[in-house]
Design a binder for this molecule. Structure first.
Ligand SMILES: [Zn+2]
Ligand SMILES: [Zn+2]
Length: 301
């Protein structure tokens, strides 16, 4: 109903939403995607009551705010198991790309050569990239977010035109989930440094966060929340989650973005495609909306 009203208010056609993807309640598939877990695992959380089912009839619906809460809880639990995030990022990176552990020696003429042919052969023969994702501990996605883990598991050749930090960040903003931060752990996991656009974005967000916080301190809701009013805190969290959902929806304003809500985390293709649906030459609708073009080939120039 709400989506229908908005469709009449804005000039551009509103993207069709997944039936479960209303402003503050999402279906099990969307919740699982945001948490970086399987649908059966998400259903188990619902059965166990950790993710309360908000639907009175029909397929289960969970509150966006509950998904965000579970995301924070799972991260905290995983961090207790892996307090050294940089060391954990290195472990994950080495599991994803064993060949990065091959030792090289520098020759007199500046070229490099493998130090130990047996080691190189052994490490090169290991499963790598997306093939490793299935066996990777869920703690990796719980701590770093599934978007960053997906990017880390995608071959570097898919990112010749694109900063991996920016890509993981945009994917997490579009589809939901944790976004990469400016930390050594993410540099290790993604195997690269953030670009100037990331630094700019982080600086801007930190500043607007400070301003929002200062403004929030002036509101009655904040005083009430500070006084320990659980209800006020819940309202704030619902508002934030509505904003997030709205931001995702607006990022995807494009008539042909029906795929967005139902996007599957399919494997990367030999042509350099990405889980969101981007191919080597064409951005998926969600990323096209974020980057302002469908033409990924032009972005590479
Ligand atoms: Zn970047
Ligand atoms: Zn994409």
């Amino acid at each position: 109903m709400r989506a229908h009203n908005q469709r009449t208010l804005i000039s551009k056609p509103f993207p069709p939403l997944d039936p479960g993807e209303s402003m503050d309640e999402i279906n099990v598939a969307a919740a699982a995607r945001r948490l970086g877990i399987s649908e059966p695992a998400a259903r188990k959380m619902i059965t166990a009551g950790r993710l309360p089912n908000r639907a009175h009839t029909g397929p289960a619906l969970v509150a966006s705010a509950d998904v965000d809460r579970v995301m924070r809880e799972r991260r905290a639990e995983a961090l207790r198991r892996h307090p050294d995030t940089e060391g954990f990022a290195r472990q994950v990176r080495e599991l994803l790309w064993p060949s990065e552990r091959i030792d090289y020696v520098r020759l007199m003429d500046g070229r490099r050569e493998v130090a130990d042919a047996n080691q190189a052969r052994h490490l090169s023969a290991q499963p790598h990239g997306r093939a490793v994702l299935r066996t990777l501990t869920p703690d990796a996605a719980a701590i770093f977010g599934w978007a960053a883990v997906d990017v880390a598991a995608t071959p570097a050749r898919a990112f010749t035109d694109m900063c991996r930090f920016c890509y993981a960040d945009t994917t997490a903003r579009v589809h939901g989930g944790l976004r990469p931060t400016d930390s050594p752990a993410y540099r290790v996991l993604l195997g690269c440094s953030p670009c100037p656009a990331d630094r700019q974005r982080w600086a801007t967000e930190a500043e607007s966060g400070r301003r929002a916080m200062a403004a929030l301190r002036q509101t009655d809701e904040f005083r009430a929340a500070q006084a320990g009013a659980e209800q006020a805190r819940e309202a704030a969290s619902v508002a934030v989650s509505r904003l997030r959902t709205a931001a995702r929806v607006y990022a995807a304003v494009d008539p042909s973005s029906a795929r967005l809500a139902g996007v599957q985390r399919a494997g990367v293709t030999a042509s350099g495609g990405l889980p969101c649906g981007c191919t080597r030459d064409v951005y998926c609708d969600a990323h096209a909306a974020a980057f302002g073009t469908h033409d990924r080939r032009a972005a590479r120039q």
